[in-house]
Design a binder for this molecule. Structure first.
Ligand SMILES: [Zn+2]
Length: 439
């Protein structure tokens, strides 16, 4: 018997998903340096006039100043010769027609000194400048073109400049290229890693961008979540977690906190002096991947009075039932059978491992998602599919009968490539009744 494994590998399942991120290492402006003065290159990005570009840069900076509780202020200091470079640690500037890699719309480099600043429990180096370069190649459009029938494949200059300034202020990408991004709030963030032609729905910072900027500059909240059983946040349903608000966020500026456990259960509102802030239990009864959101309500002059801020932990809780392995197979002819994995996927991340074992022989174990088997002789074989994940494991057995052509005659219902020439043997596989599930 020979084994032929397909090269479809089960992708590593990432349970920890995306949220706003800081650039690394974290960098932030000092509030004493407000307003941030920036210079603009004397050139026009393709598709726009110099005046249009400068006006939109005022708007895209204002986008960040206008986030609730944001202390950010900006001032356009003037124009400079358009010499695209990322090397100006002494001057914040925006230049055009740079020679960036093709496929890149624009890029930003954020310079910092070795001074250290603290905010909301995080440590940052003090930013001194950001240098933004727009690539040559893409054609840009003002908001009135983008999203209109006259867009003609342009990119939103407002969205991209707001995004690059976000990097200059210390924000990384909400989700990066190749990173799973199931949360629409992260996908629709201005700090999402990519932009499409004629797309205007990331022109303004959304809730995720605002939460990011506030964690660097304003009022932020955070929380802890843990399952006492597993000491993590992945386990078997029903699964109980304990959520708590760390001491550094149980401070005067917050008046109340509200928990949303993401499973349709009632919201839980707690006053700022409620002892349950130090530990509140919640039980997830159904398998699923849940997002917990904590919203803090407060009153702060620097935020213009009453405000609310929130923190989401996406995919923070994964409650799993044991996987239910199942499979079918396809007769490929030439004694070859292609396994088809029909196991229900359940919640994302609840099956992390598949293993195929032939005739109970552990040494044949294959961890591919759908292997192919090539048999050399007639007979009945047992294939065991084992599926495992945070909720446990299960196995299912299948019998496959490989039959000599001469035993059954020439069966017209056999599919696959003809194999009659092969020593008078024919693999008869995939016919109804030949596969049986045993557990
Ligand atoms: Zn970016």
């Amino acid at each position: 018997m020979r084994l032929k494994a397909l090269t479809i590998l089960l992708p590593l399942l990432a349970v920890w998903l995306c949220g706003f991120k800081f650039i690394q290492p974290p960098r932030k402006w000092n509030e004493a340096d407000m307003p941030i003065e920036y210079y603009v290159g004397e050139d026009s990005p393709a598709g726009m006039t110099e005046d249009e570009a400068r006006e939109i840069l005022v708007d895209s900076h204002a986008n960040w100043a206008n986030v609730d509780c944001s202390p950010l202020r900006f001032e356009r200091a003037g124009t400079i010769p358009n010499e695209p470079t990322f090397g100006r640690s002494d001057r914040t500037q925006v230049t055009f027609q740079g020679n960036l890699e093709s496929g890149v719309l624009a890029a930003a480099v954020t310079h910092a000194s070795s001074n250290v600043l603290e905010q909301n429990g995080n440590t940052f180096f003090q930013t001194t400048a950001y240098n933004i370069i727009f690539n040559s190649g893409p054609a840009w459009g003002t908001p009135e073109y983008i999203g209109s029938p006259d867009c003609f494949g342009r990119y939103s200059y407002l969205s991209t400049s707001t995004h690059e300034i976000g990097h200059g202020l210390g924000l990384g990408h909400s989700c990066d290229d190749g990173e799973p991004c199931p949360d629409p709030i992260k996908r629709n963030a201005t700090m999402y890693w990519s932009g499409q032609r004629c797309e205007d729905d990331r022109d303004d910072p959304n809730e995720d961008d605002a939460a990011g900027i506030n964690s660097i500059y304003g009022v932020a909240v955070d929380f802890d979540v843990v399952s006492p059983e597993t000491s993590g946040t992945v386990g078997t349903a029903p699964m109980t977690v304990v959520v708590s608000v760390p001491d550094e966020f149980q401070i005067d500026r917050f008046l109340a906190f509200e928990w949303n456990f993401g499973d349709g259960s009632d919201l839980v509102m707690l006053d700022a002096d409620d002892p349950a802030l130090d530990g509140l239990e919640h039980t997830y009864t159904e398998e699923g991947q849940y997002t917990i959101t904590l919203t803090a309500f407060g009153d702060d002059e620097s935020c213009g009075g009453e405000f609310e801020t929130f923190k989401r932990q996406v995919g923070a809780v994964l409650a799993c039932s044991p996987p239910q392995p199942s499979a079918e197979f396809v007769n490929e002819g030439d004694f070859t059978v292609q396994m088809v994995n029909t196991s229900p996927l359940g919640a994302f991340g609840c099956t992390t491992e598949y293993e195929w074992i032939l005739d109970g022989d552990e040494s044949t174990s294959l961890s591919t998602y759908e292997p192919q088997y090539v048999f050399e002789s007639a007979g009945t074989h047992t294939i065991t599919l084992r599926a495992a994940g945070p909720g446990g494991e299960n196995t299912a057995d299948f019998e496959i009968t490989v039959t000599r052509n001469s035993d059954v005659g020439c069966n017209a219902s056999v599919t696959g490539r003809g194999s009659l020439g092969l020593g008078g043997l024919l693999a008869l596989l995939g016919l109804a009744g030949l596969v049986r599930r045993r557990s």
